[in-house]
Design a protein around this ligand. Structure first.
Ligand SMILES: [Zn+2]
Length: 156
């Protein structure tokens, strides 16, 4: 056990696990181990965010990039995330999803969000995200809720 490098195949977009709301993380979840797995797999699949259920793991957590500075890549793993508040201001931007290779869709989303989440040590954080990072968070958060970006597509 422990932190062995493990690359998963992404489950197909039709898998029911991508279309159900994921409940709170298991009490005994090894948060360090799953953080490692999420990070490894996001990097391997060249994503800016990756949810546990995309790997077939039914836990309410995901990894995402921490800033747009891809050169100095820093990631953030969140457990039991929640969006506390959405901004009124919205922004339209093209999005992709690792579960839908080659598909890019224009999606309108709030520009900023106030969010709450736990880290691997179960500390609770509340913070504001804006712009691209807020978009990534909302995209991954949607995965936790069983929603994928094809359901968010902007009315042509
Ligand atoms: Zn996605």
């Amino acid at each position: 056990m422990g932190t062995t490098k493990m690359i998963y195949d992404l489950i197909p977009s039709s898998d029911p696990l991508l279309h159900e709301k994921i409940k709170k993380c298991s009490y005994n979840l090894d948060r360090k181990d799953i953080s490692f797995t999420l990070n490894e797999n996001m990097l391997y699949h060249n994503g800016v965010g990756l949810s546990a259920n995309q790997l077939g793991i039914k836990e309410r957590c995901f990894v995402m990039i921490r800033s747009e500075d891809i050169e100095n890549l820093q990631t953030l793993v969140v457990f039991n995330p929640k969006v506390v508040k959405y901004s009124v201001r919205q922004e339209l931007m093209e999005e992709g999803c690792l579960s839908y290779p080659d598909l890019r869709l224009p999606i309108r989303r709030p520009y900023s969000v106030i969010i709450k989440y736990e880290d691997a040590e179960k500390n609770i954080h509340k913070t504001k995200m804006s712009g691209f990072i807020a978009r990534v968070f909302q995209h991954e958060y949607d995965h936790m809720e069983g929603i994928d970006f094809t359901q968010r597509q902007d009315g042509k």
